[in-house]
Design a protein around this ligand. Structure first.
Ligand code: NAD
Length: 237
């Protein structure tokens, strides 16, 4: 039996595009990271085995950049919805701009730059904020520290929990993602037919069934959308 839809629940599924206007490059746009770097070398267990120094250097730079970035109007609009709704943000992003804008319930499917972990099977996570990780830096169990990032081919985090949230949402907002990374993109399949569903990106390769597409920059579209949703709930934005 399907779980009940919770009328007051908003689920936001966000991707790199929501942080683009904070100065953090996406992966697949024309100035995206994968046009400059090879994901096979830098974001895969194989790449880590072959040249861990290069992988650490890449993520040390990403971590510093993410730490220095500031949340933008799109992150703020999403956080503002908490005035009237139970909001769960499910993000593919590894920055913490949603939290820094005030979102209180954020699930990171692909890990967080601000954490490091060991390389054993059940590694402990360590909060490192903007600090670099170096070769030879070990966790308490004696294994090399690595970024707490889910690389291609690794299992994403909190997927069951994220699925449950999407399946019980009355409103689903998808923003700034190309929907090309699985299984994150497959979360949309469990969105309910009677949920209000909106997709906000610059372009649309994949237009998920039942979604209204609002083309445009997240910082321009989301403040208006959040104001509308807040007023529908009887709150002034
Ligand atoms: P992607 O690069 O595949 O797609 C980005 C999408 O955002 C595109 O559809 C593009 O049209 C849209 N976009 C770009 N600028 C936008 C804007 N200003 N407003 C609205 N939409 C905009 O990104 P993805 O789908 O998130 O890919 C997933 C992977 O990218 C994840 O694994 C994630 O960890 C990683 N990533 C994260 C960050 C970050 O944490 N900030 C940065 C780069 C990549």
């Amino acid at each position: 039996m399907k779980p009940d839809v919770q009328p007051n629940k908003v689920v936001v599924l966000s991707g790199a595009g929501v942080s683009a206007e904070s100065g953090l490059p996406t992966f697949r746009d024309s100035n995206g990271l994968w046009n400059t770097f090879s994901w096979q070398e830098l974001a895969s267990p194989d790449g880590w085995k072959r040249h861990p120094e290069a992988v650490l250097a890449f993520y040390n730079e990403r971590r510093l950049q993410a730490w220095q970035a500031k949340p933008n109007a799109a992150h703020a609009a999403i956080a503002s919805l908490e005035a009237a709704y139970e909001v769960v943000v499910i993000t593919q992003n590894v920055d913490e701009l949603h939290e820094r804008a005030g979102s209180s319930n954020v699930i990171h499917l692909h890990g967080q730059l601000a954490y490091a972990r060991g390389t054993s099977e059940m590694p402990k996570r360590y909060r490192i904020e903007d600090a670099p990780i170096s070769m030879g830096q070990l966790c308490e169990e004696g294994t090399q520290l690595r970024p707490d990032i889910v690389w291609f081919g690794e299992e994403i985090q909190f997927f069951r929990e994220a699925r449950m949230h999407v399946a019980t949402a009355a409103r689903v907002l998808v923003v700034g993602t190309s929907l090309s990374v699985y299984p994150a993109a497959a979360l949309l399949n469990v969105a309910r037919s009677r949920a209000q569903k909106v997709l906000v990106t610059l372009d649309v390769d994949k237009w998920p069934f039942g979604f209204t597409f609002l083309r445009g920059k997240a910082t321009q579209v989301l403040p208006n959308l959040a104001a509308r949703w807040l007023s529908e709930a009887g709150r002034v934005a």
